[in-house]
Write a protein that binds this ligand. Structure first.
Ligand SMILES: [Zn+2]
Length: 175
């Protein structure tokens, strides 16, 4: 199991029926070669077979698509970038970023579980708007470490904000 973002399906993976707004459904994470997300209607959920990591219930909420194609929150953009890069040096940073996004109520922690083979704890977050699942490794930081990573994250965020301001200033400068 690795860091990952997996989208919610629009239909039950077993019977293929489309989900409707407000419907209850069950998300299951299966331990296959890669961790496989399955979304099922309540009727089919008991019949999902395979090696189940964890599961939870949710409600389908259709929301209008976000106004911008890129998520507006800088910490969210960074988290998405690091996860898609699979940059293992950013493990601690991703952990802090996801905690920040949880505090901003953009992510909800759904599960926490241990991969006993690798002896690694994973946190499963769901994105409040898109229903995507973010799999984050828990680096098991000590309090001291958490503080220094928080400083690192703040520096990265400041740097990103400043570099963006620089670009927009340049664009505005008449030649
Ligand atoms: Zn079904």
């Amino acid at each position: 199991m690795e860091w990952d973002i997996q989208k919610r399906s629009n239909q039950c993976s077993k019977c293929g029926k489309e989900f409707c707004d407000g419907q209850e459904y069950v998300t299951v994470l299966l331990d296959e070669e890669v961790v496989q997300r399955m979304d099922n209607c309540l009727e089919c959920a008991p019949y999902v077979d395979g090696n189940i990591y964890c599961s939870w219930r949710g409600n389908i909420k259709f929301r209008p698509p976000p106004p911008e194609p890129v998520p507006g929150d800088l910490s969210e953009r960074l988290l998405r970038r690091y996860i898609s890069d699979k940059d293992s040096s950013k493990c601690n940073v991703c952990f802090i970023l996801s905690a920040m996004l949880e505090r901003k109520k953009l992510l909800i922690q759904k599960k926490k579980f241990k991969d006993t083979e690798k002896n690694v704890i994973y946190l499963i977050y769901e994105h409040i708007r898109t229903g995507e699942i973010f799999t984050i490794e828990d680096p098991n930081l000590s309090l001291d470490c958490i503080e220094s990573v928080q400083v690192e994250v703040k520096e990265i965020l400041d740097k990103e904000t400043n570099s963006k301001e620089c670009i927009s200033n340049k664009e505005q400068t008449p030649i």
